[in-house]
Design a protein around this ligand. Structure first.
Ligand SMILES: Cc1cc2nc3c(=O)[nH]c(=O)nc-3n(C[C@H](O)[C@H](O)[C@H](O)COP(=O)(O)O)c2cc1C
Length: 215
């Protein structure tokens, strides 16, 4: 997650000696920043890809997209969502079922409803827990208005709302109240299959796209 403008942050990290960078856009599953992968890639790759290896992440579901980012100067890519339903993944069957059913528009970012109560956006499949989170923010904001709760305690209650929620969904299979972290590429997750098969498909698609360009 980056809070500074991405390019200046990338340059600062390079000056401080990092070996490589992962540039992740808001299409990704889990904790996200505000800018899309395609815009970050355009801002950052031309400026820094010749200095350190840069890996692009967020919203990548097929090899054609990998080929495109390699073309733009990326050293590689990082994928999460596409692998959540791999045979080797220990995620609960309920979690995998939710992924297989979902389309891109079901993977939504959590919303902050009160400027006093900071929420770090997390992209996850919408469920009852997400609705209750909105209700919780309203309730805590109202308590602040009424002076029945201190600011520090209010912010702590919001921060702690999702504590343990990923484990609840992934391990315990509570897909209604756990956090179903998923990126927008979840619509391209269509079956449970071995990691080797997922990588083989991605490589085939990427190689075909690159070969077509070379021809
Ligand atoms: C279920 C899930 C859990 C994740 N947990 C973490 C985490 O604990 N730490 C982290 O840095 N990234 C986490 N990520 C982000 C991934 O490392 C990766 O950057 C991201 O999934 C790439 O975008 P994609 O989901 O569009 O493929 C998570 C992603 C998913 C889908």
């Amino acid at each position: 997650i980056c809070f500074a403008p991405a390019l200046s942050l990338a340059k600062k990290l390079i000056r401080s000696g990092v070996d490589a960078l992962v540039v992740e856009g808001m299409e990704a599953g889990g904790h996200i920043g505000p800018v899309s992968t395609s815009v970050l890639a355009q801002e950052i790759l031309p400026e820094v890809a010749d200095k350190v290896p840069v890996f692009v992440a967020g919203g990548i579901g097929r090899g054609e997209a990998i080929a495109a980012y390699l073309d733009m100067g990326a050293a590689g890519v990082q994928l999460g969502t596409r692998f959540a339903c791999a045979t080797e993944s220990i995620a609960h069957p309920n979690f995998k079922k939710a992924f297989l059913r979902a389309s891109a528009r079901d993977a939504v970012a959590s919303v902050q409803i009160d400027p006093r109560l900071p929420v770090i956006p997390v992209r996850a499949l919408k469920n009852a827990g997400a609705d209750l989170f909105t209700a919780k923010q309203r309730e805590v904001a109202q308590a602040l208005d009424e002076g029945t709760i201190a600011m520090a305690e209010a912010q702590l209650q919001i921060e702690h709302y999702w504590a343990g929620a990923l484990r609840r969904a992934v391990i315990e299979g509570d897909v209604e109240h756990g956090s179903l972290m998923a990126g927008q590429s979840v619509g391209m997750v269509t079956k449970e299959e071995p990691v080797a098969d997922i990588i083989a498909s991605l490589m085939e698609e990427a190689a075909a796209a690159l070969a077509q360009r070379a021809a």
